[in-house]
Design a binder for this molecule. Structure first.
Ligand code: SF4
Length: 449
């Protein structure tokens, strides 16, 4: 069974408190991956500690904090290619290089029988370096032949750290400073929470090399345009993050405002699906003047159903996922706000719970367009057959879910709300902003194995 997963988080620190900040940074990026965590550092060569589970389960804090290296990179993971085993947990290293990577190399299967795309990157760069290429030139060559999404941090055996963002800028990557330590992070919120300052977003196609003495070198390969993943704004990133200068929280508020303006519903209350749909529901409530009620309570044992490792586990978790405040919903017409609908089973279950609690009408409003296509740029959506909107219209979906109506944002409305025209929206449109056209059938076979 194909799984739906988020992607990964990366963090790197160069400085006296390197491993401490990398460890703390990973904890603050935990929402980006909970299957494994790891840190690579240099100490007479490249060393890596990693494990399965949350950061605090995967890494022994007291042992990690004793490491005195000034150069480290870290990773929290969901496997968008490959399985979740310790061997495939990142960072992935050999004696020359270590790589922590966020994204998917869409064409990695064309270069050999690699289990994961990270394995391909490590192998490719190592061969280039062995042949005498400088590491920056090796990365540039990689960027030339690789297709897809990649934000990554690389540590080499010469105590150099590189931060790289693909030429379309699918995934975020930020450079900052905490005390005198130079840091790189998937999201700026993690740096700010550690008391640091943001220096800049790494640009699409940019390679930043930090030498052991702290000197920086920045190079940029040609980049046609930004195609940042729309879902970084809608769902994945922390609401207190900014991506390429745009506040994730404010973008979510605007998604709700436009949803209310263009997709109104006659209702008594607006109810968000916690947690990520809250700002969208706030925007909807403000714009429509319909009061917001926190009528759905997420139970402590629940996890985001989007990221559970197997479908069976996902279902069993859904059983205990939400409690309903019956007095808030009884005899009410409800607009329920979700940030996105993938398979629809979470929403179906919630609608049943609301009906059983006496809700009079249930109108679903979704803060993103209909997800009709899989993603091959770092987000593990299921294949087309499993996507509820792949071949259905809104009325049909509404019926399946048991709602009175359902409406989604259009792609144009979503871009207007986020405030950025140049976004990837391939999972809504089927137009993949990649270097080449790939057959959807071939891609489903490669990524669903
Ligand atoms: S296809 Fe969708 S999920 Fe994937 S990168 Fe594009 S917008 Fe993001």
């Amino acid at each position: 069974m194909m799984k739906i997963k988020e992607h990964c988080g990366i963090f790197a620190t160069i400085g006296d408190r390197s491993v401490k900040y990398t460890y703390e940074g990973l904890k603050l990026l935990q929402h980006r991956g909970q299957e494994s965590a790891g840190i690579s550092y240099t100490e007479g060569g490249i060393k890596t500690v990693k494990g399965l589970g949350l950061v605090e389960e995967a890494l022994n804090e007291s042992e990690v904090l004793q490491i005195r290296s000034k150069f480290s990179i870290g990773h929290v993971r969901y496997s968008t290619t490959g399985k979740t085993t310790l061997q495939e947990a990142q960072p992935l290293n050999n004696d020359k290089l270590s790589i922590a990577f966020n994204g998917t190399i869409t064409n990695y299967f064309e270069f050999g029988n690699y289990k994961t795309d990270t394995e391909f990157i490590l192998d490719f760069l190592s061969k280039e370096i062995k042949e005498g290429k400088d590491i920056v030139d090796a990365v540039k060559h990689f960027m030339d032949i690789a297709d897809g999404a990649y934000s990554m941090v690389i540590l080499d055996d010469k105590n150099r750290v590189l931060a790289v963002r693909d030429p379309k800028g699918f995934r975020p990557l930020v450079m900052g400073k905490i005390d005198e330590n130079m840091v790189f992070s998937s999201e700026d919120s993690a740096i700010k929470q550690l008391g640091g300052k943001i220096i800049k977003d790494i640009l699409p196609g940019e390679i930043v090399l930090v030498n052991p003495d702290g000197k920086l070198l920045s190079e940029k390969v040609p980049s046609t345009s930004f195609h940042t993943c729309a879902f970084e704004y809608i769902y994945f990133s922390r609401a207190d993050s900014k991506i390429d200068g745009i506040s994730v929280y404010m973008a979510r508020i605007r998604l709700g405002e436009i949803l209310a303006r263009n997709h109104p519903a006659k209702a008594d209350i607006v109810v968000p699906i916690p947690e990520s749909s809250r700002p969208i529901a706030i925007g909807y409530s403000r714009e429509s003047n319909i009061p917001l009620e926190e009528a759905l309570i997420r139970t402590i044992v629940s996890k985001r159903s989007f990221i559970m490792p197997t479908n069976d586990k996902r279902k069993s978790v859904l059983e205990e996922k939400f409690g309903i405040v019956e007095d808030a919903v009884r005899d009410k017409r409800i607009v329920i706000i979700d940030d996105s609908i993938v398979r629809g089973n979470t929403m179906k279950r919630i609608i049943t719970l609301l009906r059983n609690s006496g809700a009079k009408e249930i109108h679903v409003r979704v803060g993103s367009p209909m997800i009709r296509y899989p993603c091959y740029m770092g987000i593990d959506f299921p294949n087309r057959k499993e996507l509820i909107a792949s071949d259905k219209k809104e009325e049909e979906i509404s019926k399946i879910l048991g709602a009175d109506s359902i409406e989604y944002l259009t792609v144009k409305e979503m871009k207007e709300a986020i405030g950025k025209e140049s976004l990837c929206s391939a999972c809504f449109t089927g137009i993949y902003p990649l270097k080449r056209n790939y057959s959807l059938q071939i891609m489903e076979n490669v990524f669903n194995r």
